[in-house]
Design a binder for this molecule. Structure first.
Ligand code: UDX
Ligand code: UDX
Length: 475
C-alpha cells in the first residue's frame, strides 16, 4: 500500500513518520510545495522540534518514509491521500477574522482530481469547518474522470511538544466517513492502518459531520477550561486565594479532572483560537447567535488575560517601563516546541514594546530570526527597528543582566532551576519577576530578594524588597 500526505507541517510530518515507523510495509510519501521545508525533512536538522521525533524519522526515512516536492507523483502513486495543509483564519472578505481560509484545501482537491490515475481515498487531516467534506466531494466528483473518490475525516488530536507520545498512544483515533458501501470500505481501509498499533477500542468511527465537528468541539472545550481558570485567576488575585490551590482542589473531583487547569498568561498555538473562531462563524451561519457569543468569550478572556498581565507588569514597575530592559524567558507558545504561532509571548512583547521597553529574549528552541520576524509582523515595525529594541540572548543569565524585570512566558522546565542568586545579583534593584506560567520557585526567589508576581496569586512582598523599594529605586 502507498500513502501520500500533502503538507509536511507540524501535523503532516510527525503523523506520517509515525505511520511509516509502525507499518514498515506501507510506503509513505510526504509532499509539500515548500522546497526548503522538504529539504529540511531530508536533512539532520528537521524543520520542527518535537521530543523523540528525530528517532522516529530516522528509523523510517529512506526505508518507507520519503519527503518530496513532487506532489503529482505522490498523488498518482498513493491509494490513500491525506490532506494536511494549513487552513488559516481568513484575513479578507466574508468571514474575515473568523472563518477558515479553505483555498489551500480546495487547490489540493483540484490537483488530486486532475492528476489521479485511479480510485483514491482522500483523508481530511487539516481541521476544517463542518461540512467541508461535502465541498471536497463536489470538487473531486466534478473533475473525477470516471474514478471514485471517497472522503474521510480523520482529525489529528496530537498536541505539540508531546506529538510523538500522542501519536504512539492516542486517547482515540477518529475516522468519519459516508454511510455508503464504498464509504464504509474506505473507513475500514484506514482503520486497518491505525489498528497496527492502536487498540481497536480506541478507534472510533462516525459519520463525516460528527468527525469534523468533534475536532472543533474538543479544542473549544480544552480552550474553555483554560479561559475559565484564567478568568478565575483574576478573582484569586483580588481575594487572596491561590489559583493553584483552587484548581488542585477542584480537579480532585473526578468529574472535573486535574488536567488542563493550569492558569497562564494565555493560551496560544495554531489551533485553539482558529478553531473557536471557526465554531463561532459556524454558529452564526446557522443563526445561533447566543451559542456563538458564548464561545467567543473564550477568546475574549484569553486576550484580556494577556493585557492584564502586561498591565500588572507596568503597575508594579512604578507605572513606567519606558527605556527599561526586560528579560523575556520563553517565546514558544508552550514548552518543548519551537512553534511560535499565536504565542502569548508575541502579544505581551508587542505591548511592552509599545510602552517603549527594551527586551532581551531567550528561548531554548525558537531561533532569533523567527522571534524578529514574529515581532516585526506583530508591531508593524521594520525588522531593523525591532532589532534596535530587542536582543535575543543565548541563555537566561545573559538576558537577565542589567534587567529591571524578568517575565516567564513559556513553561520550559529549565526555567525552574536557574541560579536565581546569580540572576538577582546581575539585575537592577528592585528586581521584579513576573511568572506567567507559575513555574518559578516563588518562596525561594522572595527570600533572595525578588519582587515576585504570579498569575492568580497575591504573594506578600518580601521584607527585603519592601525596604529596597523605599530606599533605592534604581532606574
Ligand atoms: C495545519 C493547520 O494549522 C491545522 O489546523 C491542520 O489541522 C493541519 O494543517 P500544521 O501542520 O501545523 O497544521 O501546519 P503547517 O506547519 O503550516 O504545515 C502546512 C504545510 O502545508 C506547509 O508546509 C505548507 O507549505 C504546505 N502546503 C500548504 C502545501 O504543500 N500545499 C498547499 O497548497 C498549502
Ligand atoms: C491543541 C490540542 O491539545 C490538540 O489536541 C489539538 O490537536 C491541537 O491543539 P496544542 O495547541 O499543540 O494542542 O497544545 P496544548 O497542549 O493544547 O496547549 C495549547 C495552549 O494552551 C498552550 O499555549 C499552552 O501553554 C496552554 N495551556 C495548556 C494552558 O495555558 N494551561 C493548561 O492547563 C494547558
Amino acid at each position: 500500500m502507498n500513502i501520500c500526505c500533502i503538507g509536511a507541517g507540524y501535523v503532516g510530518g510527525p503523523t506520517m513518520a509515525m505511520i511509516a515507523a509502525q507499518c514498515p510495509d506501507i510506503r509513505v510519501t510526504v509532499v509539500d510545495m515548500d522546497g526548503a521545508r522538504i529539504k529540511a525533512w531530508n536533512s539532520d536538522q528537521l524543520p520542527i522540534y518535537e521530543p523523540g521525533l528525530h528517532e522516529v524519522v530516522m528509523a523510517a526515512r529512506g526505508r518507507n518514509l520519503f519527503f518530496s516536492t513532487d506532489i503529482d507523483r505522490g498523488i498518482r502513486e498513493a491509494s490513500i491521500i491525506f490532506v494536511s495543509v494549513n487552513t488559516p483564519t481568513k484575513t479578507y472578505g466574508i468571514g474575515a477574522g473568523s472563518a477558515s481560509d479553505l483555498t489551500n484545501v480546495e487547490l489540493c482537491a483540484r490537483r488530486i482530481a486532475e492528476v489521479a490515475n485511479g480510485d483514491k481515498i482522500v483523508v481530511e487531516k487539516s481541521t476544517l469547518p463542518v461540512r467541508t467534506a461535502e465541498s471536497l466531494k463536489r470538487v473531486l466528483q466534478a473533475n473525477a474522470n470516471g474514478y471514485t473518490f471517497d472522503i474521510l475525516s480523520n482529525p489529528e488530536f496530537l498536541a505539540e511538544g508531546t506529538a510523538v507520545a500522542d501519536l504512539e498512544r492516542p486517547d482515540r483515533v477518529l475516522i468519519g466517513g459516508d454511510n455508503t458501501l464504498s464509504g464504509q470500505r474506505a473507513i475500514q481501509a484506514l482503520v486497518k492502518v491505525y489498528a497496527r498499533w492502536v487498540p481497536r477500542e480506541r478507534i472510533l468511527t462516525t459519520n463525516l459531520w460528527s468527525s469534523e465537528l468533534s475536532k472543533l468541539v474538543s479544542n473549544a472545550l480544552l480552550a474553555q477550561r483554560i479561559s475559565s481558570v484564567n478568568a478565575l485567576s483574576a478573582l484569586c488575585e483580588a481575594t487572596g486565594a491561590d489559583v493553584d490551590e483552587v484548581t488542585f482542589a477542584a480537579g480532585r473531583d473526578t468529574r472535573i479532572g486535574s488536567k488542563f487547569l493550569k492558569a497562564s498568561v494565555g493560551f496560544g498555538g495554531s489551533c485553539f483560537q482558529k478553531d473557536i473562531l471557526n465554531l463561532v462563524y459556524l454558529c452564526r451561519h446557522y443563526g445561533l447567535d447566543e451559542v456563538a457569543d458564548y464561545w467567543e468569550r473564550v477568546v475574549t478572556i484569553n486576550t484580556w488575560q494577556k493585557t492584564r498581565f502586561v498591565r500588572r507588569m507596568i503597575d508594579t514597575m512604578f507605572n513606567t517601563i519606558s527605556g527599561k530592559r526586560i528579560a523575556i524567558l520563553g517565546f514558544a507558545f508552550k514548552k518543548d516546541t519551537n512553534d511560535t504561532r499565536e504565542s502569548a509571548a508575541i502579544d505581551v512583547c508587542r505591548a511592552l514594546l509599545n510602552e517603549k521597553a527594551h527586551l532581551a529574549i531567550y528561548d531554548p528552541r525558537v531561533t532569533s530570526p523567527s522571534i524578529f520576524s514574529e515581532l516585526a509582523h506583530a508591531t508593524g515595525l521594520s525588522q531593523s527597528d525591532v532589532e534596535k529594541r530587542v536582543v535575543c540572548e543565548v541563555d537566561p543569565y545573559r538576558a537577565a543582566e542589567g534587567a529591571h524585570a524578568l517575565a516567564v512566558l513559556t513553561e520550559w522546565d529549565e526555567f525552574k532551576n536557574l541560579d536565581f542568586e546569580r540572576i538577582y545579583r546581575s539585575m537592577k534593584k528592585p528586581a521584579f519577576a513576573f511568572d506567567g506560567r507559575n513555574i518559578l520557585p516563588h518562596a525561594r526567589m522572595q527570600a533572595i530578594g525578588f519582587d515576585v508576581q504570579a498569575i492568580g496569586k497575591s504573594l506578600p512582598i518580601a521584607a527585603a524588597v519592601a525596604t529596597e523599594s523605599l530606599e533605592k529605586v534604581s532606574v
